[in-house]
Design a protein around this ligand. Structure first.
Ligand SMILES: *[C@@H]1O[C@H](CO)[C@@H](O)[C@H](O)[C@H]1NC(C)=O
Ligand SMILES: *[C@@H]1O[C@H](CO)[C@@H](O)[C@H](O)[C@H]1NC(C)=O
Ligand SMILES: *[C@@H]1O[C@H](CO)[C@@H](O)[C@H](O)[C@H]1NC(C)=O
Ligand SMILES: *[C@@H]1O[C@H](CO)[C@@H](O)[C@H](O)[C@H]1NC(C)=O
Ligand SMILES: *[C@@H]1O[C@H](CO)[C@@H](O)[C@H](O)[C@H]1NC(C)=O
Ligand SMILES: *[C@@H]1O[C@H](CO)[C@@H](O)[C@H](O)[C@H]1NC(C)=O
Ligand SMILES: *[C@@H]1O[C@H](CO)[C@@H](O)[C@H](O)[C@H]1NC(C)=O
Ligand SMILES: *[C@@H]1O[C@H](CO)[C@@H](O)[C@H](O)[C@H]1NC(C)=O
Ligand SMILES: *[C@@H]1O[C@H](CO)[C@@H](O)[C@H](O)[C@H]1NC(C)=O
Ligand SMILES: *[C@@H]1O[C@H](CO)[C@@H](O)[C@H](O)[C@H]1NC(C)=O
Ligand SMILES: *[C@@H]1O[C@H](CO)[C@@H](O)[C@H](O)[C@H]1NC(C)=O
Ligand SMILES: *[C@@H]1O[C@H](CO)[C@@H](O)[C@H](O)[C@H]1NC(C)=O
Length: 686
């Protein structure tokens, strides 16, 4: 009976998961990251980084014993197959076309017989009786029917090729299959391109924007938002056309300046389009408001009794009233009727359709605020910093606090008001059924990942959506880039980078080092290693570069520092390993830039000012959004850099025309009033 329950549990657990294709990253079947546990496994041979803890290990042992296989060769093969669930790549091994499997994809090489593990399994086990065989066809996707029967493979499958066609699969391109051993990646793949000698930028606008999102209709248009609270729909010129961004400043798509509290550290932080925006017109904005100015804009204070924080004591930490400033996610609607093409959406109404969430902020910094829809799941991710001040209340590690977290909401199923109250939600969204609180009851249901300080600019790799990358701002020493996984704990403020962090004050207590399994960053930089003219450092996370415009950057993850002293490119070797090597990238401005760049006096280097964000358009071209304007990465040859892969016929002879177009369509002037400096707002404490 007990065996049955365990088996049923394992089957159900695997079956209920909705796993997406294109994983290729060390990732477990529940989409969490593999972890190195302190106690080694006693049954499965997966010490070190693994998807199993001792409980999983003992469940696998019980499942193995329940199969009652005494024939040694087959028993050994079965053990390795069951234990492959512990492999750091188990999400990929157990997945084919979105359906989670009972057994991993067994390598079935048609090219040579050197390692046809699927044939080995068949040959070894075909005549052996297996109780509750995991190899029944129904267990490859349909609900398994638990039976107590003993089966041989030959009872279930006509022939070896029958078996291998279903259970097996080839090792192609980046996908991995199980060959009886721990997955190892092919290091000889041709990902080691000659690094670029430099990154060439062209300036396409003078305006200062905090966020850019490509239109979901696939066109050459994108939305740009500024910190003050305005959003424009702009047309992006072709690379090499010599033209600037077409953005009519006098005609914003949406103007939220009346709602938005705009100050050095506050404003309209981010915008997001519903995946079906082109059909449903649903548009989301994340901004700050001041409840003393807009009394109706007030949510629950993030400093509250659930998280051992007394709001009345906050005043000593900040000049503001307790929870005076709020972090808001709100929904708006653009007028898309079924008859009109998305290409003529003129404006959206500044009247909110729905408040998704309002949260009072304890201090004035580290309140990230980016919103992004997950490309695989369609859920809304919301990045939130620790609130600032070195996190005295230990919010980032507190599983009941939404500070220092990445949250995930379902905004397609809005519960009733009473349901929101019953569930104790912070706003109008529902909780995706596989948010990690399902496994960890201590977690607030909104939480997807924890232990972040100020996730400043995250993105999903457009080719591998399981690479959910975030820059996370550091405190005194280290800025990091993390790969965000389900229920991942990124360590802050037990750790800053990989160093134990000692808080200056900790009225909210501390989290013990031994109680967490931190996931350390995959890239980053030390403050002392960069040239700090302004005495500080603060990371701005970017994108995996997936455009062909600069072929030497293709596949690199790009990020930089807010103060733009440095830009970096991270190259992953082997591919899909999560092992990155970073290099400091030299950058220049194209001589034929549509808008001339300001140069560092006496040099050819452009002065970027503050690097707020990166953006990506529908061609996967990457943009730098800085206080001095909008820059696009263009072919290296336009700056005189060499890239062996650059095709000299495309884009190498742009017409170096001066910016043209009707003056109302062009960005007018540098608009000093909008170009407020986000002074230290991301990086520094209150
Ligand atoms: C894992 O650790 C256990 C206990 O220390 C040991 O028996 C086993 O051989 C180790 N396995 C590997 C692959 O190192
Ligand atoms: C296990 O197999 C042996 C024969 O190999 C059989 O005698 C025994 O009853 C089986 N046990 C169970 C629990 O099925
Ligand atoms: C399994 O049985 C088949 C036919 O009964 C026989 O040809 C084959 O050699 C057997 N294989 C093993 C490994 O015993
Ligand atoms: C499996 O065996 C147990 C007892 O050994 C029995 O209670 C149960 O009904 C059996 N299940 C099936 C599906 O035959
Ligand atoms: C597995 O290999 C066999 C030959 O050994 C081949 O006929 C079959 O198509 C392969 N199946 C898959 C899914 O690759
Ligand atoms: C593998 O990659 C190549 C080139 O990138 C592509 O043409 C091919 O279709 C891919 N094969 C599979 C099975 O995805
Ligand atoms: C590794 O990659 C190379 C080049 O893509 C390929 O020829 C080789 O077969 C691969 N080796 C394995 C073990 O997959
Ligand atoms: C692999 O890289 C070399 C240069 O390092 C290049 O000549 C070759 O064409 C590349 N092969 C592929 C398949 O990209
Ligand atoms: C949307 O369009 C309809 C008809 O074209 C118009 O009546 C309505 O006022 C528009 N709404 C907004 C928010 O612009
Ligand atoms: C990580 O990348 C570096 C640099 O390419 C390489 O030397 C090292 O072997 C890689 N480490 C692993 C574990 O693959
Ligand atoms: C990075 O590159 C810049 C020039 O692009 C150079 O001034 C700086 O010293 C480099 N920094 C490091 C740490 O190599
Ligand atoms: C950008 O600003 C410069 C001066 O800083 C000005 O000469 C130029 O005309 C502006 N370009 C556009 C497109 O607004």
């Amino acid at each position: 009976m007990m065996k049955m329950n365990i088996l049923l549990l394992l089957s159900l657990t695997l079956f209920l998961l909705l796993i997406s294709p294109a994983l290729s990253l060390p990732l477990c079947t529940d989409l969490s990251a593999p972890v190195t546990h302190k106690t080694p496994l006693t049954f499965c041979n997966y010490n070190g980084s693994s998807c199993c803890d001792s409980t999983d290990d003992s469940n696998i042992r019980k499942q193995f014993e329940s199969m009652n296989v005494s024939q040694p060769a087959c028993a050994s093969v079965l053990k390795s197959i069951l234990c492959s669930r512990c492999d750091p790549f188990s999400a990929e091994l157990f997945t084919i076309k979105t359906v989670a499997r009972q057994v991993p994809v067994l390598c079935n090489s048609t090219v040579s017989s050197t390692n046809n593990y699927c044939e080995t399994v068949w040959d070894t086990c075909q005549n052996v009786s297996i109780t509750n065989s995991p190899f029944s066809p129904s267990s490859q996707g349909e609900a398994p029917t638990p039976t107590n029967s003993s089966n041989k493979l030959t009872d279930i499958w006509q022939s070896r090729s029958d078996f291998c066609n279903i259970i097996g699969g080839p090792s192609v391109n980046n996908s991995v299959c199980f060959d009886g051993k721990k997955v190892s990646l092919n290091i000889t793949t041709n990902s080691t391109k000659s690094p670029p000698t430099g990154m060439c930028l062209e300036k396409i606008a003078n305006g200062s924007y905090l966020d850019m999102v490509a239109h979901t209709d696939g066109s050459n248009r994108a939305f740009f938002s500024n910190q003050k609270g305005q959003v424009w729909l702009a047309t992006i010129p072709e690379v090499g056309s010599g033209r600037g961004l077409e953005l009519d400043e006098s005609n914003p798509f949406l103007d939220l300046t009346d709602q938005v509290h705009f100050d050095t550290q506050f404003g309209l932080m981010s915008i997001a389009l519903h995946p079906n925006f082109a059909q449903n017109g649903r548009f989301f904005a994340s901004f700050n408001c001041d409840k003393t100015r807009t009394p109706s804009c007030a949510g629950r204070c993030a400093c509250n009794s659930d998280v051992n924080c007394d709001p009345s004591k906050l005043t000593s930490d900040s000049a503001a009233q307790p929870c005076q400033y709020q972090s808001v996610v709100a929904e708006y609607s653009a007028n898309v009727s079924s008859s009109s093409r998305a290409s003529i959406i003129p404006t959206a109404s500044p009247v909110e359709v729905r408040r998704i969430l309002t949260m009072g902020l304890p201090f004035t910094s580290h309140h990230a605020g980016q919103i992004l829809f997950g490309p695989n799941d369609g859920y809304l991710y919301f990045m939130m910093g620790d609130g600032g001040g070195g996190d005295p209340y230990n919010f980032a590690q507190n599983k009941k606090s939404l500070l220092g977290k990445i949250m995930r909401f379902d905004v397609d199923n809005i519960p009733s008001e009473s349901e929101v109250t019953r569930l104790g939600l912070w706003g109008n969204y529902s909780i995706p059924s596989d948010n990690p609180y399902i496994e960890d009851k201590d977690l607030q249901p909104e939480i997807w990942a924890l232990g972040l300080q100020n996730p400043w600019r995250c993105s999903f790799d457009s080719e591998r959506p399981s690479y959910f990358m975030c820059g996370d701002v550091g405190q005194n020493d280290y800025e990091e880039v993390d790969i965000i996984t389900k229920n991942g704990n990124y360590g802050w403020r037990v750790y800053e980078g990989t160093t134990i962090y000692t808080p200056e004050k900790s009225p909210g207590g501390n989290t013990s080092i031994s109680s967490i399994n931190p996931i350390f960053s995959v890239m980053g930089y030390k403050h002392k290693d960069i040239n700090k003219n302004e005495g500080s450092a603060s990371i701005t996370g970017g994108f995996f570069y997936r455009s062909t415009t600069d072929p030497c950057l293709y596949g690199s993850y790009l990020y930089g520092d807010l103060y733009a002293h440095n830009l970096w490119a991270g190259v992953e070797t082997p591919e899909n390993s999560g092992n990155f090597t970073t290099s400091n990238v030299t950058f220049g401005c194209a001589k034929d830039s549509p808008v001339p760049c300001d140069l560092v006096p006496g040099s050819e280097l452009p002065t970027l000012g503050y690097l707020f964000s990166y953006g990506q358009d529908n061609n996967k071209d990457v943009y730098l959004l800085s206080s001095s304007g909008v820059y696009r990465i263009v072919p290296p040859s336009r700056c005189g850099y060499t890239c062996a892969y650059e095709s000299r016929t495309e884009g190498s002879t742009p017409a170096p025309t001066s910016p043209r177009g009707s003056s109302s369509n062009m960005l007018k002037g540098s608009c000093k009033s909008l170009l407020l400096l986000l002074l230290l707002f991301i990086g520094l404490s209150y």
